[in-house]
Design a protein around this ligand. Sequence first.
Ligand SMILES: *[C@@H]1O[C@H](CO)[C@@H](O)[C@H](O)[C@H]1NC(C)=O
Length: 413
Amino acid sequence: MGHRSPVTRKKLLAFLFVGFVAGLGLGFVFMGTLHAFIEIGASKHHHEGQSAAEQQALPAAVEQKGGTAATVVAAAGGASGWPTTGETVHIAYTSNGSPYTNYQNLVMYGTYKLAQKMPGGDKMVGFTRILHRTTHDALSPRVPTFLATPLHPECDAWCDYPVADRPNAIRQFLDAAVADPSMIKAPWLYMIETDFVFVGPFSMPPAESSAKSVAFPYGYIQPTYPTIEGVMRKLYPESEGPLEDIPPTGPSPTCMRMAEWLRIAPRYEQVTKQIEEDEEAKKALDWVREMYAFSVAAALEKIPLDMHEPPDSVTMIQPPADAGMGKAHLMHYTWGAVFNHPNGTKLWEFDKRFYTELEHEQQLPKIPPPPPFEEGWTLQDGLPVPRPLYDVIALMILTMNAGIDVIKAEGLA
Ligand SMILES: *[C@@H]1O[C@H](CO)[C@@H](O)[C@H](O)[C@H]1NC(C)=O
């Protein structure tokens, strides 16, 4: 990020977050809380390094909890269950089976297959879509799928916050894996989302080592922000410790050992339920409340998470906020990108919200790539488009289209 000062980067992130929330809102009214979130983003003075949870890591408490988890694993997995040693990862993610997520899902699955063929790709040994829906959908025969019973059946067609069902769906998946450990192919479970692109393979240090689990630090998750203190204290009472314990993260991209997922899942579900039943909490935490629920659950369970911003993030980058892969292997396209000519003409644009219809899921159209690079372009917020940023976005579109080719070649489209 050497080409941008921290101030302009923050401005960009705040700007992009408007688009992010606008997209999530899909036409709903949210301006009041949006303002609060922009303030949160603008007030951020954090820096990477250790997360709050890491700084607060209490070896004694972890060992105590770890004993509980180990007992669970011995009963559920262990020698006769899922693997508990090694560097391999099992990838999972949730979906409600809407055309919007299914288009993204097929593209992502294609890029996963590409990354699997790269050197090191053999460490990605499991892949499960957790479908929270009343029935299987068109992707079920084509993508490895676990069907979870939805808390909100109306989300099959439409609902305003489908991710409220995510923690419960993950817990159902874990319960099923405890009953049938062969569902889990690796010691590490890596939760991702459908709007991710695999640019390279992923693996973890040996699970039997003391390596910490990995999560992503989100700039717009601010557990210590003063205006949400009251709400955060309902979720994480003073008796638990300072709010700084709560890592600014979410369930994805998050890679933890199975024992840690088993510990966190019931908490994550319970905190989500607590928020959904509390109008004040829902309003204050808004569209990212399920991410806050996960963050609070991680703090309550005292799970140490290794979190670094790009370029040190080993999980993802989020173009156009990040202009280089750094150590990451995934790209997350939650924000769109616009390239404008210096005269103001829009030259090119990509946004995931252009691909929401059943015909997109069924026909899997390719994404028009950007025109050849020229100096002087600007992004949607007026910031320049330096060559490295162009290259990252062009690579993302190229990879997505290559993923579409794989899906079609394998007859999965
Ligand atoms: C701006 O530049 C583009 C690309 O060169 C060109 O196609 C367009 O006609 C120009 N528009 C104006 C208003 O000059």
